[in-house]
Design a protein around this ligand. Structure first.
Ligand code: PAF
Length: 274
């Protein structure tokens, strides 16, 4: 397995590869990332994983400094799962000068996560486009846990005519249903036990919709009340059209419930397709 910090050396290694599948990450890898890599290995001859904690997608008051950086462990894990190349650039490699050239995103990027984390998706889309240009993969993999991110990347690839297929993998969950995420490391043991309730209420909501309830507003309120009473601080719990990510209408066929909520100082996001 190769590890490159440098763009020129990476490009040279990739220059004669037929089909490259790419999994961009911020490291501190877990089974959710491994599922993406396993999928990548089935689809392509050559798999590249990037590890880069992207400053551009953190607000000034967010956890950029604390974000778990576990490069040595990540490299061991990636070598065990049979990744061909890791691209782990430092800040100067990816941002050698101030990144003034930023993408203008569609309005959906200002809703949900974008409403609570202004500029987040601009930071994500900008770094993903840079990484796509460096790696030039035929296929890139993203997890459905970050459903809105996946939606925005797909829109970017389509509207900017990037010759890259985007595949999505399902949310990987612990035995109590809690979605795996690098930020889960911040939770205390008590919080971790409580965290499973986020998926529980998503499932409850799905059950009620599937048994015919179309009063989305009351379902949203019920879920927010449930979490709030248990001590969560809810940023949003909402039912949207899963294709457009606009608020759901009663005759929409594909729906998704999405939520973001704080447990103590940790902000968790999750969703369920209906
Ligand atoms: O989902 C993530 O881990 C990040 O947002 C990504 C796509 C690697 C961009 O920094």
């Amino acid at each position: 397995m190769n590890i490159f910090n440098d763009t020129a050396a990476l490009r040279k290694e990739l220059s004669n590869k037929q089909t490259i599948a790419f999994v961009p990450t911020m490291g501190n890898l877990h089974d959710g990332h491994i599922a993406l890599i396993e999928h990548a290995k089935q689809q392509a001859d050559y798999v590249v994983v990037s590890i880069f904690v992207n400053r551009l997608q953190f607000l000034p008051n967010e956890d950029f400094a604390q974000y778990p950086r576990t490069l040595d462990n990540d490299c061991k894990l990636l070598s065990m799962v049979g990744v061909d190349t890791i691209f782990a650039p430092n800040e100067k490699t990816l941002y050698p000068e101030q990144q003034d050239f930023l993408l203008t995103l569609p309005a959906v990027a200002d809703t949900l996560e974008g409403k609570f984390r202004p500029g987040f998706f601009c930071g994500v889309a900008t770094v993903v486009l840079k990484l796509f240009n460096i790696v030039q993969p035929q296929l890139a993999l993203f997890g459905k846990k970050d459903y809105q991110q996946l939606h925005i990347i797909r829109t970017m690839v389509r509207q900017l005519n990037l010759p890259i297929k985007i595949d999505a993998c399902k949310v990987i969950r612990a035995s109590d249903g809690f979605a795996l995420s690098s930020r889960n490391a911040y939770l205390t043991q008590t919080q971790r036990t409580e965290a499973g309730k986020l998926y529980h209420i998503l499932q409850q909501t799905k059950k009620e919709i599937n048994s015919g309830c179309k009063n989305f507003e009351s379902l949203q309120k019920k879920a927010i009340d449930y979490l709030t009473q248990r001590g969560w601080e809810v940023d949003y719990f909402t039912i949207q059209n899963s294709k457009t990510l606009l608020p759901a209408k009663t005759d929409d066929e594909s729906l998704i419930a999405l939520t973001a909520a704080w447990l103590g100082k940790t902000r968790l996001i999750d969703n369920i397709e209906i």
